[in-house]
Design a protein around this ligand. Sequence first.
Ligand code: GLN
Length: 254
Amino acid sequence: MSTDPTVYNHTGSGPARGRIRVLQLYPRDMNIYGDWGNLLTLARRGQWHGYDVELHSYNPGDEMPQEVDLVLGGGGQDSGQERIKDDLVQIGPRLRQWAADGVPMLVICGLYQLFGHRFVTGERSEIPGIGLLDAETVAGSGRLIGNIVLDSPEFGRVVGYENHSGLTTLGPGAEPLGTVRSGAGNNGKDGAEGARFKHVIGTYLHGPILPKNPAVADWLLQRAVELRSGAWDPLPIDDADARRASNVAASRPR
Ligand code: GLN
């Protein structure tokens, strides 16, 4: 079963500059530590930039839309990952094809892990991933929890909140999202955080990440618009509140 998409109409006068179709993966099982705020940020900023934003929610067994412009996925506990794992493997080929075609994607923590090759849980059971990102994850003995600050070559400072047991290692086919300035990141050892492939970003940053890091949100929207051969011509947005939130989170101890 699939529900009808929710449409967030553009703000401002005149016709919309276009329509951005966002697919949110597994909001029922994979959506914690504020991840829903990523969707709201994309919808809101898309509206402010003059676009209608169409949200498709996808849960296990739903029908996948034929075409989308942006894919979003959140984190979840190991139990949530267990619930969606079979379905994810089934839709994996479609997601890999979209990624190869340049569809922008943002996946957080639990789905970041399953966009890699596998996640080996604390009980040593293996949850297969879809291998869209060249990364694999093995549960560590403790949890890595707290605010985290990165330096990203593309986005500058990126601030978020992490809470994971999984330790992720990247293969040669993935670039990190950034270097950890404070916090643990992928594994607490090599200084890398997240993974990049084409227009796909996997990261441990909850919080949610996008309201505090509007450059990442606008990058995803830009990729989505350009994918359908539209020119990206953003409207000015006052990001003072986003900057304040990011500064407060960055200054707080773990
Ligand atoms: N279950 C995974 C872990 O703890 C993912 C957690 C999350 O998505 N926050 O590593």
